[in-house]
Design a protein around this ligand. Structure first.
Ligand SMILES: NC(=O)c1ccc[n+]([C@@H]2O[C@H](COP(=O)([O-])OP(=O)(O)OC[C@H]3O[C@@H](n4cnc5c(N)ncnc54)[C@H](O)[C@@H]3O)[C@@H](O)[C@H]2O)c1
Ligand SMILES: [Zn+2]
Length: 369
C-alpha cells in the first residue's frame, strides 16, 4: 500500500551529453507504452522498425506493436552465440527488402545482445539511421543501452567489431522485467552492485535493504535503483564518451570477470555473474594492499552473497585466468589497468598489479590452483 501512489510516479529523466549526441534516458512504468509520443516529440523519422528477438517478442511484442502503431518488426535470434555479423546482416536484409531509407528509425526491443547488434545496424545502415533503445533486461537497462557502444563478437573475441553510436533516446520501463528469468535478473543486479561499489554508497545500501522488493520486482523500487545506476552511467559517459579516462572505473570487476567468461567459453556464467566474481577478486587485491578496509570487503562480499549462490568456480584454473587476462582490451602499452575499490563508493585505478598478487587474490576467492 505504501507504494500505491508511487506506482503512478512521473517518469524520471536522466540526460546524457556526449560530443556526438545528447539524449535522454527516460525511466518509469509505461515509458514503453508512450514510445510513439516520445519519438514524435523528438521528431524522429516516421518509418519505424522494431528489432527484437522471438523470445522477447513473445512477451512484449503485442505491447510494443500497440505502442508503436504501424512499426514494422524485424526478429532475429538473441543470446551471445548470435551476437555475430551474420545476424546483423539479417537485419540489413530485412531493412533493404522493406526499402527502408534514411527517414527510418530503428527501435531496439531486447537485452544487450539485441541492443548491441541492432545499434550496430543502425550505425551502419545507409551510414546511420535514428536509433532508440527499449532495453528489456536489467543489465541492458542499467548498462548496455546507455553510452553508445554497439557491435558484435568475432570468433577470436568478444565485442571486437563495433563502433560508438549514441542513441537518440533510451526508454527504460521497469515493468518489462516481469518476464525476465530470475538468473538474468540477478545477473543485472551484480552490475547494480558494481555501480554502488564504485560510485554510490546509497545505491549499494539500497540493494541490501530493498532486496526482497527488488526480487519481487516491485516497479517503483526497481525504478529507484535503475535510476541511480543510470545516473552514474550517464555521468561517466558524459565525462568520457570513448573510455579514455573516467569511464574506465565502470570496468570494476570486469578484468577478472572477462577472463573468467573467456576461460569458460562464455557458457558457464552470465556476464554479471562473472563480474560478481571479478569484484570479489578486485576487493581481495585491494584488501591485500591495504587499500580497502576489511569491513568494506566484507560488505561487498555480503551483498553479493545475499543475491544467492554464484555458479561454482573451484575447477576454473588460475593459470588460465592469468593467461586470458593478458589478452584483455584494457591492456594499454602492455600494462593492465586495474580498478581497485578503496571504500564502498570509491575506487582507484592502478597499473602495477603483479602476477603474484593477482594469483593470490584469485586463490583467496576460491579458484583452482
Ligand atoms: N553496449 C554496452 O555498453 C554493453 C554494456 C554491457 C553489456 N553489453 C552486452 O550486452 C550483452 C548481454 O546483455 P543481456 O544480459 O541483456 O543478455 P541478452 O540480450 O542475451 O538477454 C538475455 C536473455 O534474456 C531474454 N530476455 C530479454 N528480455 C526479456 C524479457 N523482458 N523477458 C524475458 N526474457 C527476456 C533474451 O531473449 C535472452 O535470452 C552482452 O553481449 C554484452 O557484451 C553491452
Ligand atoms: Zn558489465
Amino acid at each position: 500500500m505504501l507504494s500505491y501512489h508511487l506506482r503512478f510516479m512521473m517518469p524520471v529523466r536522466v540526460d546524457v551529453a556526449t560530443p556526438s549526441r545528447s539524449y535522454a534516458v527516460t525511466i518509469g512504468e509505461g515509458t514503453l507504452d508512450g514510445a510513439a509520443r516520445t519519438l514524435d516529440d523528438l521528431r524522429l523519422p516516421p518509418r519505424r522498425f522494431i528489432v527484437s528477438s522471438p523470445v522477447v517478442w513473445r512477451f512484449l511484442g503485442t505491447r510494443a506493436a500497440r505502442a508503436l502503431g504501424g512499426a514494422e518488426s524485424i526478429l532475429v535470434p538473441d543470446g551471445e552465440r548470435y551476437k555475430i555479423l551474420p545476424t546483423v546482416a539479417r537485419i540489413y536484409d530485412a531493412l533493404l527488402r522493406a526499402n527502408a531509407d534514411r527517414a527510418s528509425t530503428i527501435v531496439t526491443l531486447g537485452g544487450g545482445v539485441i541492443g548491441d547488434m541492432a545499434g550496430f545496424a543502425a550505425a551502419t545502415y545507409l551510414r546511420g539511421v535514428a536509433l532508440v533503445h527499449v532495453p528489456t533486461t536489467l543489465l541492458a537497462q542499467v548498462d548496455a543501452s546507455i553510452g553508445g557502444k554497439v557491435g558484435v563478437n568475432h570468433p577470436l573475441g568478444k565485442n571486437l567489431i563495433g563502433s560508438f553510436y549514441q542513441p537518440h533516446a533510451v526508454l527504460v520501463d521497469p515493468g518489462v522485467l516481469g518476464s525476465l528469468p530470475r538468473r538474468e535478473f540477478r545477473a543485472g543486479l551484480y552490475e547494480v552492485i558494481k555501480y554502488g561499489m564504485t560510485s554510490s554508497p546509497r545505491l549499494f545500501d539500497r540493494v541490501a535493504t530493498d532486496r526482497k522488493a527488488i526480487f519481487d520486482r516491485v516497479p517503483d523500487v526497481l525504478a529507484a535503483i535503475i535510476t541511480d545506476a543510470c545516473r552514474i552511467k550517464a555521468e561517466v559517459v558524459t565525462a568520457d564518451e570513448r573510455e579514455a579516462g573516467p569511464r574506465r572505473i565502470l570496468n570494476f570487476g570486469h578484468t577478472a570477470g572477462h577472463a573468467i567468461e573467456a576461460v569458460t567459453k562464455f557458457r558457464r556464467y552470465r556476464h554479471g555473474e562473472a563480474v560478481g566474481y571479478g569484484m570479489l577478486v578486485a576487493a581481495e587485491l585491494a584488501f591485500a594492499r591495504g587499500a580497502l578496509a576489511e569491513r568494506d570487503k566484507k560488505a561487498l562480499a555480503g551483498v553479493i552473497a545475499s543475491l544467492g549462490p554464484l555458479p561454482p568456480i573451484a575447477d576454473v584454473s588460475i593459470a588460465q585466468i592469468m593467461d586470458a587476462m593478458k589478452h584483455d582490451k584494457k591492456m594499454v602499452d602492455g600494462r593492465l589497468h586495474f580498478v581497485l575499490p578503496t571504500a564502498v563508493g570509491a575506487t582507484t585505478i592502478v597499473d602495477d598489479v603483479s602476477e603474484k598478487e593477482m594469483k593470490e587474490a584469485l586463490k583467496r576467492v576460491g579458484f583452482a590452483r
